[in-house]
Design a protein around this ligand. Structure first.
Ligand SMILES: Cc1cc2nc3c(=O)[nH]c(=O)nc-3n(C[C@H](O)[C@H](O)[C@H](O)COP(=O)(O)OP(=O)(O)OC[C@H]3O[C@@H](n4cnc5c(N)ncnc54)[C@H](O)[C@@H]3O)c2cc1C
Length: 296
């Protein structure tokens, strides 16, 4: 594997390289996906542009009343350890803390996880539970793309040839919201998800009635997906066991998993039901524990 390595010192320098070289300059963040593909010759590149020196992309910033912004180069370890993320988006912290092993969490970035666009990307389901916006930068300027429109297919995203993911903005979510991310792998660590399910439940005021439920699933379709038909069944309802069963069944119907070395289609469908049931109960308990409040 031989390639020319570009090492821009700033975002503007990187964007200028991208403007000149487009698709030819492969972006390298932590390299835990890209270098594996290059080494296995599943991808070839003459030119690789490392973002490692662009420290302005490595941050997690919280603005009260607005939301959280995560730089594309923030590592999974940093996201998982961030008190702001743990407190407000515990599902995202849970997802990042389950990516590979410690070495991968230290090297791998949240931006690389999203841009690699694997159906199994662990950071995707928690972000699909929010109205997160991805800021894509190019020498032409910046544009915002909803996380719901970012994934186009396996390894295909809304990114254009001259663009770089700069940051992810998650708007503040106030009120009694509980969320969780559950992942099934063949082992407890260092494993790509066989199925990953994120659930967020928002309760009405001080009672037990659900104002909104969101369910997002990974490894069950060509891109990470929401189980929208299942979600709406909770609207304005109290969570009951029979309803959880029904929603888990419908969520499985909304998935289109394949059989591969990690699991068969039928096993994945079964596991969606199991993780949905557990996820709804866990998210509900977290919501019930919350007082009316915004980000903290
Ligand atoms: C042993 C091992 C275990 C793993 N386990 C998991 C797991 O459990 N869960 C999981 O989700 N993933 C897992 N992965 C995959 C990988 O670690 C993650 O997807 C990681 O987040 C990728 O981030 P990175 O910074 O290393 O990306 P890179 O490899 O540097 O880049 C990945 C892709 O994104 C592009 N890219 C990166 N950053 C940007 C940017 N800012 N703008 C535009 N394009 C960009 C690159 O060009 C490349 O196409 C594992 C990988 C390995 C090797």
């Amino acid at each position: 594997m031989r390639f020319e390595l570009l090492r821009p010192q700033s975002l503007s320098e990187a964007l200028e390289f991208k403007k000149q070289n487009g698709e030819k300059a492969k972006v390298l963040a932590g390299g835990t996906d890209l270098l594996v593909l290059l080494k296995d010759q599943k991808l070839t590149a003459d030119l690789v542009m490392s973002l490692a020196r662009i420290r302005e992309l490595d941050f997690i910033r919280f603005e009260k009343g607005r939301g959280v912004t995560i730089g594309a180069l923030a590592s999974h370890a940093a996201v998982a350890a961030s008190p702001v993320i743990q407190q407000n988006f515990p599902d995202l912290a849970e997802a990042c803390s389950q990516v590979g092993a410690v070495q991968i969490q230290n090297l791998g970035t949240i931006g690389g996880n999203l841009c690699n666009a694997s159906p199994a990307a662990d950071a995707a389901p928690p972000l699909l539970l929010t109205d997160a916006v991805l800021i894509l930068a190019s020498a032409r300027g910046e544009r915002s793309v909803s996380v719901h429109d970012f994934f186009h297919g396996p390894r295909q995203t809304a990114l254009q040839a001259d663009e770089i993911l700069k940051e992810i903005f998650i708007p503040e979510i106030s009120g009694r919201r509980g969320a969780t991310y559950l992942k099934l792998g063949r082992r407890k660590a260092m494993e790509i998800a066989i199925v990953g399910v994120g659930v967020a439940i928002h309760l009405n005021g001080s009672d037990r009635v659900v104002s909104e439920c969101r369910i997002a699933m990974g490894s069950v379709a060509p891109i990470p997906v929401r189980a929208r038909r299942g979600e709406v069944m909770f609207k304005d309802q109290e969570v009951r066991d029979e309803l959880i069963e029904e929603v888990a069944e419908i969520a499985a119907e909304e998935a289109s998993p394949i059989s591969d070395i990690r699991g068969t289609r039928d096993y994945r469908l079964d596991m969606i039901r199991v993780l949905c049931r557990r996820g709804v109960r866990a998210a509900l308990n977290r919501a019930l524990d919350k007082k009316e409040e915004g980000l903290s």
